[in-house]
Design a binder for this molecule. Structure first.
Ligand SMILES: C[S@@+](CC[C@H](N)C(=O)[O-])C[C@H]1O[C@@H](n2cnc3c(N)ncnc32)[C@H](O)[C@@H]1O
Length: 375
């Protein structure tokens, strides 16, 4: 387990920040790690780097609250499961874990991260996937795929997709296909999160500080990411426990936890910050997943508070006596006092933490709050 350090370089002075409620709030140094204390390779350890995902919380933060309020052998519920950080960390601590998400791709990712794998079968799958066959394109690509990928990349992606069928772990390789597709899109290297238009030729790249050209192939990513994924799931298999994990695709306002829960640990979408379907548009296309954009909470402010309160109310209904609800939020609109009250929750603690680059390339400081509540 990581030993939490102090905030920034001044161990004596906790930082004071003007939070949304216009009150000077103290940053909790125990939950605010510097880059040196918590480098990227630790934040994205083992399965947490299987696929890029904007908006996940760091596993070390989840671990702190699971150890504080979770019960080994009990059940933790995350109604906005995203890439499955809560489930992975709960499982490693021997806690049953369940979650739901409206994005079919996020559900796939959370399942793949928490599944069990066997080394020999993974190796056999890799051999099968690397055995390239016909170079001619026997498959039809959708207009989206034709538009966002170079012809050679389309061929390589579709051929890989065709080889997934006979493998033992098709969902793992579908995530690899998606990760490779993300890297192979006709986008600027410095604009991978939400590119609007494909790029056709050379451009000045702010990431590499030189003239770059868009990627024209996918095979090198497919090979590299397949090997990387196999290594990462095997690394996690040494930490993984037999505690049950359940991932449900659906709307948190209507999905109930699969049993009585001891802890809710979640990070809801924030209004207007990240479009969770659009960030993986290429995956929905290539994997043929159903999009449920209209049910995604946070696409606008209107109705946001009611929607989150409804999801929390449903979770609270399954909470055992003494159970806690821990919500990680960037409550810049000051909505959460009302949301918790509407969900029948009483706020017990409100902690401000400094976030080390949570949502990709952003300027300026970024803070989020952890709200601890109970019915
Ligand atoms: C901040 S992210 C959660 C990130 C997660 N804690 C992690 O570490 O990966 C919020 C998630 O809420 C999901 N979401 C949005 N509307 C939803 C709804 N109506 N029901 C369930 N999930 C929803 C989004 O798809 C997104 O994955």
């Amino acid at each position: 387990m990581i030993t939490p350090g102090r905030f920034k370089d001044d161990p004596a002075e906790p930082r004071l920040v003007l939070a949304k409620t216009a009150v000077l709030r103290e940053v909790d140094p125990e939950l605010s790690w510097t880059e040196r204390e918590l480098p990227e390779r630790e934040r994205t350890k083992h399965v947490h780097r299987l696929h890029p995902y904007l908006g996940k919380f760091v596993p070390q933060l989840a671990e702190v609250f699971l150890r504080r309020y979770g019960t080994p052998g009990g059940l933790v519920w995350d109604p906005f499961v995203g890439s499955g950080t809560t489930l992975v960390e709960a499982n490693a601590l021997g806690m049953g874990a369940a979650g739901c998400d409206i994005s079919a791709f996020n559900c796939l990712l959370a399942r793949v991260k928490t599944d069990a794998y066997e080394g020999r079968a993974l190796e056999d799958d890799l051999v099968r996937l690397e055995a390239r066959r016909s170079k001619s394109r026997a498959r039809r690509a959708s207009p989206y795929v034709e538009r966002w990928f170079a012809p050679r990349a389309v061929d390589e992606l579709l051929a890989f997709r065709g080889r997934i069928g006979g493998t033992t772990y098709p969902d793992l390789w579908r995530v690899v296909l998606s990760r490779a597709a993300r890297s192979a899109r006709l986008t600027r290297h410095d604009d991978l999160d939400f590119p609007r238009e494909p790029v056709g030729g050379e451009y000045f790249c702010h990431k590499h500080r030189r003239v770059c050209r868009p990627v024209g192939e996918a095979e090198k990513f497919l090979t590299r990411y397949a090997r990387d994924a196999a290594r990462r799931v095997q690394e996690f298999s040494h930490l993984r426990t037999d505690a049950p994990v359940t991932v449900v695709g659906g709307d948190a306002r209507v999905v109930s936890p699969p049993g009585p829960i001891d802890l809710v640990l979640t990070s809801p979408p924030y209004p207007g910050l990240i479009d969770y379907h659009e960030q993986h548009a290429y995956a929905f296309e290539l994997l043929g997943l159903e999009r449920r954009d209209p049910e995604e909470i946070g696409r606008g402010v209107s109705g946001y508070a009611d929607a989150i309160a409804a999801a929390l109310r449903r979770a609270v209904a399954a909470l055992r006596p003494g159970g806690k609800v821990v919500v990680v939020v960037n409550d810049s609109r000051g909505l959460y006092d009302g949301i918790l009250a509407a969900a029948g929750l009483r706020l017990e603690d409100r902690v401000l933490r400094h976030v080390n680059r949570r949502t990709g390339r952003r300027n300026g400081e970024y803070y989020e709050e952890i709200l601890v509540a109970s019915p």
